[in-house]
Design a protein around this ligand. Sequence first.
Ligand SMILES: *Cc1c(COP(=O)(O)O)cnc(C)c1O
Length: 343
Amino acid sequence: MIDLRSDTITTPTDAMRQAMFEAEVGDDVMHEDPATKQLENEVAALLGKEAALFVPSGTMGNQLGVRAQTSPGDEIVLEAEAHMYYYEVGATAALSGVLCRTLPGQRGLFTAEQVAVVIRPDDVHHPQSRMVCIENTSNRGGGSVWSLDRIAEIAAVARTHGLIMHMDGARLWNAAVAAGVTERAYADHFDSISVCFSKGLGAPVGSALVGTAEMIARARRFRKQFGGGMRQSGVVAAAALYALRNHRKRLADDHVNAKKLADAIAGFAPIEVSTDHVESNIIRFETKMPAAAFVKELRRRDVAMLNSGPHVVRAVTNMTVSSDDIDAAISAVGEVCQQQQVA
Ligand SMILES: *Cc1c(COP(=O)(O)O)cnc(C)c1O
């Protein structure tokens, strides 16, 4: 099967398993796991920050970023379809007691002007604006990539008002490759960054929250409180470190594959896909038949995609999908489209 449902579906490579096998481990809750510390040090250095914390999921990375840097009743600003708001089970409310002020975005992106408008005045009636969250790349935005300029403008507004800048960088690696800038160039504008190792990088488990040593120490306590303190986590951290060191550059292949798929299927009536908007490894396109039926038909042809709206299908290129697989996926989509036309 050609699995384009998500970039989370990858399984560890032999080299990764070897790294896991060889990992030097200890009890990480006691801060004695060398492999975990190594990963934390390398990811912090890569992003130009003081410290990092290995966590089981991107959700926990984001939510620890919120928990460690806000107080109950504070307000955070984010895009209306941001993962932190849309897909994290209401955790901002449940775990941190913060309000979300959502901005309508364009493919997940918003502007400094939009942020400036919603920042609360210093008035006893208002919640305190505390944080701006930027998702790079934007998942529901179709893998859209933020420009450094736009981020710099938003950061300037945030700083003026004393707001924290947090990046949901689940796919920061993709953004850096697509934009041709370093991860650090993005990170320089942020106080905290959450990154995932288990998406495009292909590690089996894990994410990290990155920021100042002081903030990360606080997040470490909350990680324990959230039930995310892990013992010999080096076994999985070693896979994440292998992925971090070896799998970032190859994301360019996923982006080429995504573009190839999008360009080809854009020619199939009645698919609507704006191929200019395929900037990284995510493709979202509209179908005439219900997306669930479309996906089911594809699956019969051994191609898996996800229905992501009543008439929206999502495909995500990843390490398991070769250029030849993309050719096969294009044929399968073509067949289903033809069937649609007839039906
Ligand atoms: C996948 C993802 C996350 C984290 O997801 P987990 O399943 O909790 O690891 C966070 N943000 C974005 C944009 C994502 O795509």
